[in-house]
Design a protein around this ligand. Structure first.
Ligand SMILES: [Cu+2]
Length: 181
């Protein structure tokens, strides 16, 4: 008997006719993979979870400089003993959010029914932007600037959690986003 670690007794084993059970499973697996493949574009359009986005190459230093420029210009107050600037950029502008070990920085304050260009990038390694409770998910990579157009339609306080495991402090990587009337 051949097994996973010993070679098969018959050297030319692949010329055996296909067993019926084997054929059935191959067809089932093929059908299921096709269903999952076509679910991706379908869910992109109807699921409203994965936003259309653009991606550009950028160094962490350059991205940080752009975020810092926005923070310097539009900070309205701070939170957590001055550690987190709350930034309120003008409606329609480009807004930047940095993902790094282990925080989302800064806190953005957006206006309801206004459209912004949201830029996301990582300073170290991969993180996952997950906006709660609206369940929007965007992967965040170092070296890439992900840009997506957002129009908040509900005011309130949103949470941003990291949903890509990124190390010992992963569970503490939570951020905040305000949407005002
Ligand atoms: Cu993370």
């Amino acid at each position: 008997m051949g097994s996973a670690i010993t070679p098969p007794e018959e050297r030319v084993w692949w010329k055996h006719p296909l067993d019926r059970v084997e054929g059935t499973w191959i067809v089932l697996a093929l059908l299921w993979s096709l269903i999952m493949f076509f679910m991706m574009p379908f869910w992109h359009v109807y699921g409203k979870q994965n936003l259309s986005n653009e991606a550009y190459r950028i160094s962490p230093q350059k991205f940080q400089a752009k975020a810092q420029a926005m923070v310097d210009q539009y900070t309205v107050r701070t939170e957590v003993d001055g550690q987190y600037p709350v930034v309120r950029p003008p409606a329609g502008s480009d807004v930047y959010l940095i993902a790094r070990l282990w925080q989302w920085w800064p806190i953005l304050e957006l206006e309801k029914d206004q459209t912004y260009r949201l830029h996301l990038s990582s300073m170290d390694w991969q993180h996952g932007f997950s906006l709660q409770p609206s369940n929007i998910n965007i992967q965040v990579h170092p070296g890439y600037e992900i840009v997506t157009s957002v129009t908040p339609n509900r005011s309130g306080e949103y949470g941003i959690v990291c949903n890509e495991f990124c190390g010992i402090g992963h569970h503490t990587m939570v951020g905040k986003l305000y949407v005002t009337e």
